[in-house]
Write a protein that binds this ligand. Structure first.
Ligand SMILES: Cc1ncc(COP(=O)(O)O)c(C=O)c1O
Length: 396
């Protein structure tokens, strides 16, 4: 990938027709390194947020050795790139053949599940393996998060108690509990409440638990959102972990996706037409701007013009993507210079997570140019320099 100093440099030198993913490996390393130093346990990168090779390499360089993989393609990708990595297959509903291949071809031993049916499937698909680490996915509140994952996965109450006991009886290796508080979780206490659900389920089941996995959901500084400092999340989780009814050797895990990569990519889209207050871009809902469309987030933007200045006066525009589909529209008004025109570019910041990863080829679009840039797009969550004494909380 070619290297540039800034977004205006990129468009001035390339004047591209295709959308550009302006990537910042230094931002991935900063976030990953921060998590590795400050989370009181093991950090598993949730690969789905961005599986690009440059992201994976930056993770590895920053010291990440554990990966949350959620499909056989992700298993294969990480295994081929980092044969010594620990892979945890954290999708609670897996294809039977994918489980078999993950276990026998790629050495995966960690599987998550939220039903008796999946437990039976995992046992059959691994030929009743004796060395499985089973992670029971609990259903917890997602009310503090911007994107709820509640409802689709997770088990609770008496059923969770029965599943924990059943899983304990079939594995000689570790038994864990995992959950997901929802993505872009704005309140650190959501993790504490979820750990309370885990705590009472463990007490009711009366089983030995070897791993507590607090999942993903850690937030980033999107426009109009101000999460608590990341150190608060680390602290409340570490403190709550100390009170869990688990053994001295119990491990603590997390699976951040968004927070590890969001800051690391800007999407730079070209203006194809301006018609009154409608702007048509070469990128949109089916491309890199999925979250801007479907989650309704107002991403931070910057207007870029190759030659000359634009008006200081701004007005609200509706922004449309390149496909012929009517829903290909960004779900917010964007304030941009009143004289914005064809050939200008708009930089959308903080799209390293669920950006390039969501691109489809619908309607013949979906290709990007990938470059590296060494600037910083936005206020980072990871500028807190003081380590929050991982060892003070770390049990193992
Ligand atoms: C099991 C699991 N872990 C981790 C993540 C990552 O979540 P986030 O990107 O909110 O950190 C996801 C996201 O869907 C998930 O399903």
């Amino acid at each position: 990938m070619e290297n540039f100093k800034s977004s205006i440099d990129i468009v001035s030198q390339l004047a591209p027709d295709l959308p550009i993913a302006a990537n910042r490996p230094h931002a991935v390393k900063r976030a990953a390194n921060w998590f590795v130093r400050n989370f009181a346990g093991d950090v598993l990168y949730a690969v789905k947020a961005n599986p690009s090779p440059w992201v994976l390499d930056a993770m590895w360089e920053a010291g990440v050795r554990h990966f949350d993989v959620a499909s056989i393609v992700e298993v294969e990708t990480i295994f081929n790139r980092f044969p010594s990595a620990t892979l945890a297959f954290m999708h609670p509903v897996k294809n039977r053949n994918a489980i078999t291949r993950a276990y026998f071809e790629f050495g995966v031993r960690i599987f998550s599940l939220d039903s008796m049916e999946e437990l039976q499937k995992i046992l059959e698909a691994t030929n009743y393996a004796q060395d499985l680490t089973l992670m029971i996915r609990l259903s917890v509140s997602n009310s503090a998060s911007s994107i709820s994952l509640d409802g689709k996965f997770g088990i609770k109450g008496e059923k969770a108690v029965e599943l924990l006991r059943a899983a304990r009886s079939v594995t000689r290796e570790d038994l864990g509990i995992c959950f997901h508080v929802g993505s872009q979780c704005m309140d650190p206490q959501a993790y504490v409440k979820a750990m309370d659900v885990a705590k009472s389920t463990i007490i009711q089941a009366g089983v030995v638990i070897d791993i507590i996995d607090v999942g993903g959901g850690f937030p980033v500084n999107y426009r109009d959102m101000s999460p608590a400092p990341m150190s608060q999340y680390m602290q409340v989780i570490a403190q709550k972990f100390e009170t869990m009814p688990v053994t001295e050797n119990c491990a603590l895990w997390c699976e951040p996706g968004r927070a590890m990569v969001a800051e690391a990519t800007s999407i730079i889209a070209r203006v194809e037409l301006v018609k009154d207050d409608f702007i048509y871009l070469n990128d949109g809902a089916y491309g890199n701007l999925f979250d801007a469309t479907h989650v309704n987030w107002p991403f931070e933007t910057e207007h870029l013009r190759i030659n000359g200045n634009s008006s200081k006066e701004h007005k609200a525009f509706r922004i449309f993507g390149p496909t012929c589909d009517g829903i290909d529209e960004l779900n917010n008004e964007y304030f941009l210079p009143i004289d914005i025109k064809e050939g200008d570019y708009i930089e959308f910041k903080m799209l390293g997570a669920y950006g390039v990863a969501m691109t489809t080829n619908f309607n013949g679009f979906g290709q990007n140019i990938e470059v590296i840039t060494c600037d910083d797009a936005h206020v980072s969550m990871f500028t807190e320099t003081k380590d929050i004494s991982k060892n003070q909380f770390f049990k193992k």
